[in-house]
Write a protein that binds this ligand. Structure first.
Ligand SMILES: [Zn+2]
Length: 116
């Protein structure tokens, strides 16, 4: 991978991570607000379902955060953009569309075919 691409992805991933961490913070604060509000027990059911939604969002967020952190580590180690399965370089176009991917399009397609 060229230095220029390396920097582009580093910037892209760092920005995404900062944004996500900001959001995660908001989600946690939202949960705390709801806990306080639930004291009046008026809309307990609404609270429970909204809390469930928030936890699901948080779960998704934290998985993505871990993926981004791993991608950044790989960038530092020089392993970024290498397919985990076949160890070939992942196409830059694919990485641009999905910077956290760890599989090349061939392996990804194969894996999806197996899951079906
Ligand atoms: Zn592959």
């Amino acid at each position: 991978m060229r230095d220029q691409d390396h920097n582009t992805f580093k910037q892209l991933l760092t920005e995404q991570l900062t944004e996500l961490l900001g959001q995660a913070d908001l989600t946690v604060r939202g949960l705390l607000d709801y806990s306080e509000r639930s004291a009046d027990l008026l809309d307990r059911a609404t609270f429970e379902s909204e809390r469930g939604t928030m936890l699901r969002i948080r779960d998704r967020e934290s998985k993505l955060i871990r993926k981004i952190q791993r991608a950044l580590e790989n960038l530092e180690d020089g392993n970024y953009g290498i397919c985990e399965v076949c160890e070939k370089e992942i196409a830059i176009e694919r990485l641009k569309a999905r910077p956290v991917t760890t599989l090349c399009i061939r392996c990804k397609t194969k894996m999806e075919a197996l899951e079906r």
